[in-house]
Design a protein around this ligand. Structure first.
Ligand SMILES: Nc1ncnc2c1ncn2[C@@H]1O[C@H](COP(=O)(O)OP(=O)(O)O)[C@@H](O)[C@H]1O
Ligand SMILES: [Mg+2]
Length: 283
């Protein structure tokens, strides 16, 4: 844990607090197992309504809006790593979280869902699990749609409020209208029932979540997912909160770390940071 923390701290120092707004740096654990033949999902998928995506550059879904950029390339690389991980262990439900707000959880979740969906036989569900500050429906230009909040408050036992985004071909469950009592709703037991159902329907379930501090919401998500990707935005996460966040994640399986917001988009710097995260994750 301390080596991971040191690596993260070093990368923050390297960055010297300057942010170039159009770069996204991604570093994750390395998994070097041989890949197996992919299996098609077993359950047939109910027909969920299709919605039209309308993306603006400000959405920063770079894998769709700027696929030629280094940032997009790094997200594709993250997708490859996640697929390799899935070949070695049963990981399907991935929590994307961070220490505090504004570190790029929603940006990472959206781009990750897109790159995983680019493998045609893979069914990917992206859930906006941040009931307090949802952004995913807006990011994809979908307007107001009923989502997780409405499903949790409803009575139907069958999963709904999921939409198919034809291009880039994945499914989204937006957060819906922010409820007054998000934590209570999440602890009601209906969330566990929802997750059990979608686990049978999809190959990947990416959960965009609230920050680990100061809320308890994410610990509920951590219990219902297979592991977490921790997003660390350079120059934002400070030492003590990051330490507390890592401790609060202790019970969840930490799958990797995504360093977001590089001061230097060149490959050399990227691989340096990548190596630091890699060695610390192995400890
Ligand atoms: N690497 C980056 N470069 C520039 N802007 C970024 C970067 N990462 C995130 N942002 C912007 O910062 C804001 C917060 O990102 P978001 O993904 O919503 O964070 P979170 O979900 O952790 O609160 C958004 O406007 C997003 O576009
Ligand atoms: Mg967010």
């Amino acid at each position: 844990m301390s080596r991971l923390f040191d690596a993260l701290q070093r990368s923050g120092v390297e960055q010297t607090g300057v942010e170039y707004p159009d770069t996204v740096s991604v570093a994750t654990q390395v998994f070097e197992m041989p890949t197996k033949e992919e299996e098609a999902p077993s359950s047939s998928l109910p027909v969920f309504p299709s919605v039209e995506v309308s993306l603006e550059a400000s959405s920063r879904v770079v894998v769709l809006t700027e696929p030629e950029t280094l940032a997009a390339e790094k997200f594709r690389f993250l997708g490859v790593r996640m697929r390799q991980l899935q070949q070695t262990r049963p990981v399907k439900k991935v929590l994307v979280t961070s220490t505090i707000a504004e570190e790029g959880k929603s940006l990472v979740s959206a781009n990750l869902a897109c790159v995983l969906a680019s493998r045609k036989r893979h069914r990917v569900l992206l859930i906006d699990g941040d009931l307090r500050r949802p952004v995913l429906a807006d990011k994809f230009g979908l307007g107001r749609l009923s989502g997780l909040a409405e499903w949790l408050q409803g009575e139907s036992q069958t999963v709904s409020n999921i939409y198919h985004l034809a291009e880039p071909d994945f499914w989204l469950m937006p957060a819906g209208h922010p409820p007054a009592n998000p934590l209570e709703l999440m602890q009601s037991g209906r969330l566990a029932s929802l997750m059990a159902q979608v686990t049978n329907l999809f190959d990947w379930i990416i959960v965009d979540s609230p920050p680990l501090l100061p809320l308890a919401d994410t610990s509920v998500w951590a219990r219902l997912t297979d592991g977490a990707l921790l997003v660390v935005r350079e120059g934002i996460a400070e030492k003590d909160p990051l330490k507390r966040a890592l401790e609060s994640l202790k019970k969840a399986d930490l799958l990797g770390v995504v360093l977001n917001g590089s001061s230097n988009g060149n490959h050399h710097n990227y691989y340096q940071r990548y190596a630091a995260a890699r060695s610390s994750m192995k400890s």
